[in-house]
Ligand binder design. Structure first.
Ligand code: BEZ
Length: 209
């Protein structure tokens, strides 16, 4: 059955450009982003891996490790890493899983046969410290992802895991948030003093820390 939000992220051990990795051990007590690439030496993937390498420290500030998977062998990944650096100016600085048997790809449902039977789609799984899947995205091969959006969503996931708030459309870190329906008006007055009521079901407050 397809992985759904709230499921435990399936664990695996795999060869990567940074050695053998057990996913759950690698993530430890932090957050993780596991994302797939259709194939090595492809143009969109090359730009994406460079983009994530440049953002790795931003993910680390969010206590988040990134790990990518591509269905080619390790030796291919190692040669491709040189191209990624040459093209994007960023050295691969996070593990890239070698998945020639499609083990990880099948475990996570990253092969969508009606799109391609051999290459993965562009999947993203955000995994929480409890190893549960918190967010999933699926893009087709020809559409590169916006990794700033993944960072933005990560801010929201971490905030809403800590406080009884939700984030509105187009929310950015530091902007006002929505108080969830689970918080009574009496509790909201104590926990979010000065909150605003736009509608009885839409109450906003400054972003809690
Ligand atoms: C790419 O990464 O550019 C790509 C990969 C597979 C199909 C189409 C594009």
């Amino acid at each position: 059955m397809a992985i759904q939000l709230g499921d435990t992220a399936p664990n695996f051990t795999a060869a990567t450009t940074e050695g053998m990795i057990d996913l759950h051990e690698y993530l430890g007590n932090g957050w993780g982003v596991l994302f797939s690439h259709p194939a090595d030496f492809t143009p969109v993937c090359t730009t994406e891996l460079g983009a994530v390498a440049k953002l790795r420290d931003e993910f680390a500030k969010q206590n988040t490790k990134v790990i990518a998977v591509s269905v080619d062998p390790l030796e291919s990944h190692q040669r491709w890493a040189n191209d990624i650096e040459e093209v994007t100016g960023a050295r691969l600085n996070f593990p890239l899983i070698a998945d020639p048997e499609l083990t990880v790809a099948n475990l996570y449902g990253m092969i969508h046969p009606n799109a391609s039977s051999t290459m993965t789609v562009r999947s993203v799984f955000v995994i929480g410290p409890d190893k549960k899947v918190k967010l999933m995205l699926t893009y087709p091969a020809a559409t590169g992802r916006d990794f700033q959006e993944i960072l933005r969503a990560l801010h929201s996931l971490q905030l809403t895991a800590k406080h009884q708030v939700a984030t509105p459309a187009d929310w950015r870190e530091g902007e006002d948030v929505i108080i969830t329906a689970a918080v009574s008006n009496e509790d909201a007055a104590v926990r979010f003093p000065g909150y605003t009521t736009i509608k009885p079901y839409l109450r906003t407050t400054v972003q809690p820390v």
